[in-house]
Write a protein of this length. Sequence first.
Length: 457
Amino acid sequence: MGLFNIKKLILLTGDIAALYAALFLSLWARNLSLPDAFIWGKHWPAFTLIFCIWIVIFFINGFYDLQKARNSVVFFSSFLGTITLNFFLAIAYFYITDFRDITPKTILLLLTIIYIPLFGAWRVAIQKILSGHTLQNRVLCIGLVAENIQLIEVLTKNPQIGFSVAGVIADYPDSAPLPLPHDVAVWSSREPFEGLVKTHHVDTIVVAAGSLTEPVTKELYKMIFMHAQIVDLVTFYEMITHRVPVLALNEAWFLENIQEKEKQIYDSIKIFFDYLIGAIMAAIGVVILIPVAALIYFYDKGPIFIKQKRVGRDEKEFMLYKFRTMVVDAEKNGAQFTVPHDKRITPVGRVLRVMRIDELPQALNILRGEMSFIGPRPERPEFVEEIAGYMPFYHVRHLIKPGLTGWAQINRGYYATREEHLIKLQYDLYYIKHRSLLLDGAILLQTVRVVVKWLGR
């Protein structure tokens, strides 16, 4: 488990080292001689703040998410876009600050040009090392259940995370509920574990609760003396996916993991930030109200705002407000989930959605205390009743205030099907369990990315 976070720290440390190396090389190129202590001392303080901002933006764009930070065209294309943004932010910073004894803009241009290949070479090299067998943690899964198979798929597709699958032990090896990757071995639970662990150099054993029969438990006890790390499936699933596997839970899990009394100080601090953000949103809404209202009205002469009944904390219903983004008769056939490329969304509405402007009227809900800025997205009563009818523990998401943005929203877009709502609940339960100012800060930064890049839906 520690190796998982160490790899993130390695990526961060290397990126920072590459920034200062690029600064050193840019000074060398600018002056055609090695920079001495005096020249270095004049430049590194001026660029350190810039580097801090760049690293934050790298974080926002998922450069330290081990599933996203991989050697791929998508990742390096994202890097080029991000470094371009960083360059112009740094230019703006140097224009509004006074550095008379250095030429920061020239150095910045050289630094950016040098940093691009440095970053690329560093990331390609380190990802190959991290994906290699030397730093791989070998995982043996106990139990041929859907959640273990989902984990195996994630680990197989993302070797840079640092885990490789040795195989699966099951009571009935031919009874997989989902297809397994073709190269994953399945052994019977009647085989001695000791030989499998030795032969396949197993470091971690992931155990599904339903597989803990008496013979399996006795075999796992022996593994303690082989120094194998034994972890339950739910904990490991959380760590890898940042979701809670709802279908693998029982009531006892909630008694152990959902302790609302421990969150009282955090909840009190969060209320202050909610009012602050709500006030900022309201001010922005007032400024843009007239042009937005004009665009909505003149497109189809319909109402500017819509209000919908939603389910909030403790299952109390409230009216949620939004700028209207759909045609006037969008729900002539009853309430429906929004789907990708929904034809009910107007051209004006599509622009408002990608910029998240349609959500600004919810400042009123936040200031009223009906919503938080961050939390599970509130659903309509008819949807809640429907989903709760087939999904266990769905009402747990109503333990806290719903939010305008949240962990589920930044990790995935639309949720319309049963399978998608299951994933959404998994994200919501993860947030409810782990919510903190640090996690809220990460969600806030990711939400800023969605707004700036027009990724709203």
